[in-house]
Write a new protein. Structure first.
Length: 404
């Protein structure tokens, strides 16, 4: 049973995930095998089965979520994306630079449309107690919210032009007295490094801004019936989380480098006399350890940001003035869980992945509480009436008569 409390006319319903790693492992392994056998063509079916499993086992006020996406749309979207990707790869491999540029420009221009379509599809495919979510943002709203993407593209166009100018000056200075060119590799001087650093900082700020814009637009334009979402976070909240994430990442890198230095000293002491084929084997294992080190260095920061962002959003959103959410997810506990899951996934050659995914999803879902003003049944009845009225209005606008 879900944990339910009543105080001052506000009922609190603790979300609960009832799935298990063993159950999801069976779904996961079938999806994996069929995707391999069909050379990836089973991907839409795999995604639908995965979404249905997690939706069906996510209990909100005692009732599960429902994933109602039509399979046909998922298959058509997957095939279209696959064909476009193959066409892009062919153009890139055959040196058709003009076609590649057209693909890149089209992808940048269509990115907001793709995001908006995906959010509309996701919410329209989500139902709970007969209520269907909606995403009512206009395409103008989506493209206005996407301005950081276009700004970032303009920034890097300018930086590329600046680097070309600086590299030309550097190449001119590197010519020999006889007028012949110097080394082929351009010398990266301090102004070039400064320009790149400025571009990276501005790009991070643009990424943070577009994330804030998209998440706020998704919540504010989502709703049920006439009730729209409510959003309280501000841009500075996102900046603080990203800043803390960078600090955690640098701390993780410092720790990995310290461990690597100690390991390198130990290896040098133990294997100083190794020669021949054994040296290549040693180098291979060192390379593998370096790759794993990079993964582990970024994992705590990625988990920290994910947990902080999840708690920020789910503690500051609601549905109009009738419902709100609160989240008590502990971010350091989530970081420890992520590190444990990564280590176990590596040790089991990937077979622990479904158990890891379930454990992380459960920790996040179980940390969320839905607070509803008044009785839940009365609220649902009102939302159903509003939803039906909205459906009739939309049908009338489309020239359809769903009554007779």
């Amino acid at each position: 049973m879900d944990s339910t409390t009543q105080r001052h006319g506000i009922a609190a319903y603790r979300l609960r995930f009832s799935g298990s790693g063993g159950e999801y492992f069976r779904v996961w392994i079938v999806n994996l095998l069929l995707s391999i056998v069909t050379l990836g063509l089973y991907t839409p079916w795999a995604r639908r089965r995965t979404a249905r499993y997690f939706y069906d086992h996510t209990m909100v006020a005692g009732s599960p979520l429902e994933f109602t996406a039509p399979l046909r749309k998922m298959v058509v979207s997957f095939i279209l994306f696959a064909l476009l990707y193959v066409a892009y790869k062919i153009a890139a491999e055959t040196g058709q630079d003009t076609v590649v540029s057209i693909f890149i420009i089209a992808a940048a221009l269509l990115a907001p449309y793709i995001w908006g379509s995906a959010m509309r599809f996701r919410l329209a495919s989500t139902r709970w107690r007969g209520l269907q979510l909606q995403f009512a943002a206009r395409w103008k709203d989506v493209y206005v919210a996407s301005w950081p993407i276009f700004l970032m593209a303009a920034i890097w166009v300018g930086i590329t032009y600046g680097l070309d100018v600086l590299s030309a000056d550097s190449a001119q200075a590197a010519r020999t007295p006889g007028g012949r060119p110097g080394p082929v590799w351009p010398r990266v001087n301090a102004p070039m490094w400064g320009l790149i650093a400025i571009g990276l900082v501005l790009s991070v700020l643009c990424i943070i801004r577009v994330e804030f814009n998209y998440k706020s637009l998704l919540v504010l334009r989502a709703g049920i019936g006439k009730q729209r979402g409510r959003w309280k976070p501000v841009y500075s909240d996102f900046v603080r989380i990203w800043g803390a994430t960078i600090v955690v990442f640098l701390a993780g890198v410092a720790l990995i480098l310290a461990l690597a230095a100690g390991a390198a000293y130990t290896v040098q002491s133990m294997f100083s006399t190794v020669r021949g084929p054994a040296m290549f084997v040693l180098i291979f294992f060192i390379a593998i350890a370096a790759i794993l080190g990079l993964i582990l260095a970024s994992a705590p920061a990625r988990a920290y940001r994910e947990a902080r962002m999840f708690k920020l959003i789910w503690s500051n959103v609601g549905l109009s003035q009738i419902a709100r959410f609160k989240c008590d997810l502990q971010h350091w506990a989530f970081v420890r869980l992520r590190i444990k899951n990564i280590l176990l996934t590596l040790l089991t050659l990937g077979f622990y992945r479904p158990f890891a995914r379930v454990s992380e999803y459960r920790m996040k879902a179980d940390a969320v509480t839905l607070h509803v003003k008044g009785g839940l049944d009365q609220l649902i009845g009102e939302l159903v009436r509003q939803q039906d009225a909205l459906g009739d209005a939309l049908a009338d606008m489309a020239g359809l008569d769903i009554v007779g």
